[in-house]
Design a protein around this ligand. Structure first.
Ligand SMILES: [Zn+2]
Ligand SMILES: [Zn+2]
Length: 418
């Protein structure tokens, strides 16, 4: 994955003072590897213009003082709208007006510049994406799948939303046939979602049979669930691909993970969490199909002890891992959980560089956004400045000094702590 870092010659034929913004004297992790020595990073028009070992001049300059610059972090799995508090039009309006702006801002304050919602009310999350793009809301770049697609009475419709029918209809779409699933994916693609999310099964300890009981300590109910039939999975994945969209599938057990990959999924949300991966041919299949594994350790680590050892195993085999925290409203802290997820991946046996790659270039590739996640000329100027080295200690992601989104300084903690 690590190639020769692209470095633009610093002796180019242009007025060097023309750069909008230059970060001076920084160690650089470019999304793949650490560049040797100290660099200046120049930004122009929202893009990275140059990365140079010799000084660059900008109309505005930030002295990194030998701190660390890396691509803004990408959290590829979260849910934004509050699954309990949002239960009718009025509570939805209150959430959007009173809760949402602060939550979006939390990401920037933790250095997270892109987030992917993989199951939120379709209309609400599209509205939020539009408001962010228009600048009427302040927050990270938002990628969306719209609602999560599941079978009739599947997870999370009958589980998380079992007693919240209004939200159930909006956060999830329950399909009864492959035909319905195809139509739904077309409708979402027409609304310009960024990806499709299917749910194959629920998340609980079960025996891998098609029908099983869903249990979750946070919910008092026990619900009988069935896995999404294979022809449904194929219909959703094929239609998504026809429309140029990546399709990921929520799985927690080996049998579901295998089905999803064989049906053509681009990635597994959660992967295998409720049981140890005992079937090594499943890991071979992940490599062969070049799929992405999103461990969501933050949500699974405490309740599913196998989740962590499975990540260590698939990472060691060379499967592409991306960061996704599965933070959702009502549980967890936006932004802070993303950093905790990066730390948990290291606790699972990944190196800090692997964890940082999962949070930057690998996540961008997973989201089909080659303009993000890498620091190189021509890429989006989404980046963060830290005061300490995250490649040595992943906990140093918490030492955030500056967040830059689209070449604009959106967080500068050095101002509040001179
Ligand atoms: Zn899930
Ligand atoms: Zn989730």
């Amino acid at each position: 994955m690590a190639g020769e870092p692209e470095v633009m010659p610093s002796t180019e034929m242009r007025d060097p003072a023309a750069y909008d913004l230059v970060i001076r004297r920084a160690h650089v992790f470019d999304g793949h590897a650490t560049l040797p020595g100290l660099r200046d990073i120049a930004m122009d028009g929202g893009q990275i213009a140059a990365i140079s070992a010799t000084p660059l001049k900008g109309r505005k300059e930030i002295d990194a003082a030998e701190g660390w610059v890396l691509p803004g972090l990408i959290d590829t799995h979260l849910h934004f709208y509050d699954v309990r508090a949002v239960s009718d039009p009025e509570s939805m309006r209150v959430f959007e007006e009173e809760e949402l702006p602060e939550r979006l801002d939390l990401f920037l304050r933790h250095g997270v510049t892109t987030i992917k919602s993989v199951g939120d009310p379709t209309e609400g999350i599209l509205r939020t994406r539009a408001d962010l793009a228009a600048g009427t809301l302040r927050g990270p770049r938002l990628l969306v799948t719209g609602c999560g697609i599941t079978g009739r009475d599947g997870h999370p419709a009958s589980t998380i939303f079992g007693d919240n029918p209004w939200a159930r209809e909006r956060f999830t779409a329950e399909v009864d046939s492959a035909r319905q699933l195809r139509d739904l994916v077309h409708r979402l693609a027409d609304r310009k979602v960024d990806a499709i999310k299917l749910l194959s099964e629920g998340g609980c300890a079960c025996d891998g049979s098609p029908k099983y009981l869903w249990r979750n300590p946070a919910f008092p109910v026990t619900v009988e669930l069935a896995r999404l039939p294979l022809d449904f999975l194929r219909a959703g994945i094929d239609t998504g691909h026809e429309r140029g969209l990546r399709v990921t599938v929520h799985t927690t057990q080996q049998v579901a993970a295998r089905e999803a990959i064989e049906a053509g999924a681009d990635g597994l949300e959660h992967g295998v969490t409720i049981e140890p991966i005992t079937d090594h041919s499943l890991i071979d299949l992940m490599l062969e199909r070049d799929i992405t594994y999103t461990p969501t350790l933050w949500i699974h680590d405490a309740t599913h002890p196998h989740a962590r050892e499975n990540v260590g195993r698939v990472a060691a085999a060379g499967v592409r891992i991306v960061l996704g925290s599965d933070t959702f409203s009502g549980r967890g802290l936006f932004g802070a959980n993303t950093l905790e997820e990066a730390e948990l991946m290291v606790a699972a046996g990944m190196t800090p560089i692997q964890s940082l790659t999962a949070a930057t270039s690998a996540a961008a590739r997973h989201c089909a956004r080659p303009d993000l996640g890498t620091l190189a000329p021509g890429k989006r100027a989404d980046l963060i400045v830290l005061t300490a080295d995250p490649t040595r200690d992943i906990g140093n992601l918490r030492e955030l000094r500056t967040t830059i989104l689209n070449g604009e300084l959106v967080v500068d903690t050095s101002r509040s702590h001179p």
